[in-house]
Design a protein around this ligand. Sequence first.
Ligand SMILES: *[C@@H]1O[C@H](CO)[C@@H](O)[C@H](O)[C@H]1NC(C)=O
Ligand SMILES: *[C@@H]1O[C@H](CO)[C@@H](O)[C@H](O)[C@H]1NC(C)=O
Length: 376
Amino acid sequence: MLLPLRTLVLAGLAQALPNAEPGHYLESRQFGGGGFTMLRFGCAQVVIDRIDPLVNPGQAPSPHMHQVVGGNAFNVSMASTDVAQLADCTTCSYAEDASILLSNYWTANVYFKARNGTYKRVPQIPNRELFSDKYTAKTTGGFVVYYVSPGKGKTTAFKPGFRMLVGDAANRVSKNRKLQTCFRCYNADNFGGDNAAPCADAKLDTEGFPTTACPGGIRSNILYPTCWDGVNLDSPDHKSHVAYPIEGPAPFSGTSIAGKCPSTHPVPIPQVMLEIVWDTRPFNNKADWPADGSQPFYLSTGDNTGFGQHGDYVFGWKADSLQKAMDDAKGCMGASCGGLKAQEAAVGNKCAVQSRVKEDADGWMKALPGMEARVV
Ligand SMILES: *[C@@H]1O[C@H](CO)[C@@H](O)[C@H](O)[C@H]1NC(C)=O
Ligand SMILES: *[C@@H]1O[C@H](CO)[C@@H](O)[C@H](O)[C@H]1NC(C)=O
């Protein structure tokens, strides 16, 4: 029997769609073969605590709350040494051997401030599953970490003791650095509107907190600099030893690190990006927002603008494992590198650090932890 042409065309489309419409710009790209590497792996929360071994070493409590992922060597202070020797478990997945992923990454938490003046911590939800990586969608708390290199021999991996900071916790105004840290306002459940590269969507991405309610929650992206001075593992402000390319932060492409490094920081390093999904959906009731309609979210620093979003990084990959991954001949993609195995999500979720500062992190609070003195 001959089917009408229209039926045939529609049937053909239905078959083609799952490939033609993979649902995310990264999955629609032609990966593989080029030797470029885009590692993307989920990391569960290792602790939520008011300590910061990079900016406020030895202080417990430090000025504001952080959420931390990665290895279990995270502590009030962390000696500038090979962190991979100090940790023995990690909350991050990885294809080769999860026990090499002992770095720590941490950011400010997000809180909702209700109209009655009390605060509640906004929980995170696991990021979307891409590249068939089952681990990421099963993490408790935490966030996703990316490492990108344009190809074999193109980037120099961090050395033991390396650490850096991006963003400025005290900043409250736009610095035209949307490509450095941004917020994406999901327009529907299931990561609705997640089409453009991080921080590159003209409508859904903003440098500060979104000003309207986001039906699908809010995502943060924090992108670290990609050029290094080639000498210093750290610097007094934890920033000056690294830099963005001459033209400034480039859009995250997943395949390249665009832009030439300045002569002061001539060494290209892997691009590290953090991606955090905040479940703000339970806090979208306008009756609970400020009476003037302004947005109700705060970073744990007391920042209601979002311009003070920042990310800390302490390198802790074992031996030369990061360099090997960045130089993989075929290129590593998602959480698979060389076709080897990831740890089970249940194992990563169990890796944890005891919080050092005992205080309420999850109830309705009269003030943000550490901000009591500033509340009238
Ligand atoms: C964390 O640091 C404290 C001292 O500041 C030390 O007593 C403790 O053993 C450290 N914990 C870990 C897991 O390294
Ligand atoms: C403040 O508002 C929140 C959200 O409506 C509510 O859950 C909480 O119980 C209120 N707290 C007080 C002290 O009224």
